[in-house]
Ligand binder design. Structure first.
Ligand code: GAF
Length: 390
């Protein structure tokens, strides 16, 4: 819990916009996905947890129809009127996450007053730990409190995803917004991305810790390749569905059905489908392993997930592969994998507590020697999802 951040955002709003109505403060966390990567937009399963990093949004109503937005860390502000339709801002890219949520709330029937919103956060930017989803979710709960607009939390998470898809133009799945909204302390969240049924699973890791390594790189391919992967999965479903009409998404396909269609599938598409189908199975197996206290098996699933993302889905990169390889050489590491959309960002590792110092020292030293980049290491507990700060 970052009290200083909360105080700064509130103070900066008042300092920038002057006195006004009482403030509403909300926070929403970033996330790390433990396993289940690139499965959410295939109607499959994911298993993320909320992090102790957050975006804080402060907001208050205005008497007129003006909206003023302030990015505290960037020292940038924008203003527009609700008398006009809310439009995309080419210049202040950050404002589109807030604009998108406001627009989708309006479309869903919320009566928006004029308002002032300010935000800042400690989710490392460009790390693949979902700062943008956290910003959308924190904005949504603050504006919901301001307007009294009645909508259940899972539906509000979905609205934030639509803001990102339809307004910002990033075709992401539901995972990031959902975990940021619904996370629970000391639990990871098992989510069925088709039905949005979910279960909070206690993260009973005994003498092990979740350790996140930030590679310090984000390759520019992320968005174009992400959208291409989605199209490749859809192409796979079209071929599979022609033979097995019950297949509506890769979530429905079994490995033997994929093999039966192999000759008709483009080899790249075949590999993408193999990843997704096997990854869904790994999520289910990981949860069983966790329920049985079998962390060794859980770690094996993490390792297999990474290898599949590297070789079949091809969303890793040399820096991330190096972090994974170095991690797996440290005694006491049960699993290491890329987390998030790919092409940089972070790895997630399951590490014995007594090995964490050795792990940190070795990874930082060797990664720096080989790449010239400083890795950043976070030991992470599962945090609560979005909250209004009373
Ligand atoms: C990004 C997306 F935003 C998520 O929806 C998910 O697809 C993830 O990449 C890959 O698992 O974080």
């Amino acid at each position: 819990m970052n009290q200083k951040l909360r105080k700064t955002v509130a103070e900066q709003l008042v300092r920038t916009f002057g006195p006004g109505e009482p403030l509403i403060l909300g926070r929403a966390p970033g996330r790390v996905n433990l396993i289940g990567e690139h499965t959410d937009y295939n109607d499959g399963f994911v298993f993320p947890m909320a992090l102790d990093f957050e975006i804080v949004v402060a907001g208050r109503r205005r008497a007129d129809r003006t909206v003023r937005l302030l990015a505290v860390d960037l020292r940038e502000k924008v203003e527009f009127s609700l008398a006009e339709p809310i439009v995309f801002d080419e210049h202040f890219g950050w404002s589109n996450y807030l604009r998108g949520v406001l627009k989708l709330l309006q479309q869903s029937g919320a009566e928006l007053p004029g308002m002032e919103l300010a935000f800042a956060g400690d989710v490392p930017l460009g790390s693949g730990l979902s700062s943008s989803a956290a910003l959308e979710v924190a904005t949504a709960i603050v504006v919901q409190r301001m307007t009294g607009f009645g909508i259940e939390r899972p539906a509000l998470a979905k609205l934030c995803q639509r803001a990102e898809n339809e307004f910002v133009g990033m075709n992401c799945g539901i995972m990031d917004q959902f975990i940021s909204m619904m996370g629970e302390q000391d639990h990871a969240l098992f989510l069925d991305c088709r039905s949005l049924e979910y279960r909070q699973i206690p993260l009973e890791l005994g003498a092990y810790r979740i350790v996140v390594c930030h590679s310090g790189v984000k390759h520019s391919l992320v968005e174009s390749e992400y959208n291409r992967r989605r199209q490749e999965c859809e192409a796979g479903v079209r071929v599979l569905a022609a033979h097995f009409p019950e297949i509506k998404a890769l979530r429905d396909a079994r490995p033997e059905q994929l093999v039966a269609c192999q000759n008709e599938l483009d080899p790249v598409v075949y590999r993408r489908c193999r990843h997704v189908i096997s990854e869904d199975a790994r999520v289910l197996e990981s949860i069983q392993a966790l329920n049985h206290g079998d962390l060794v098996r859980f770690g094996q699933m993490m390792n297999e997930s990474h290898d599949s993302l590297r070789d079949l889905y091809e969303v890793s990169c040399s820096e991330i592969d190096l972090l994974v390889e170095l991690a797996r050489q440290v005694p006491g590491v049960l699993g290491a994998r890329i987390t998030g959309g790919g092409f940089g960002g972070c790895t997630v590792n399951l590490v014995a507590e007594e090995a964490v110092d050795r792990f940190t020292e070795r990874i930082c030293r060797l990664y720096r020697e080989k790449t010239g980049i400083d890795a950043r290491i976070f030991i992470s507990k599962a945090a609560d999802g979005a909250q209004i700060i009373e």
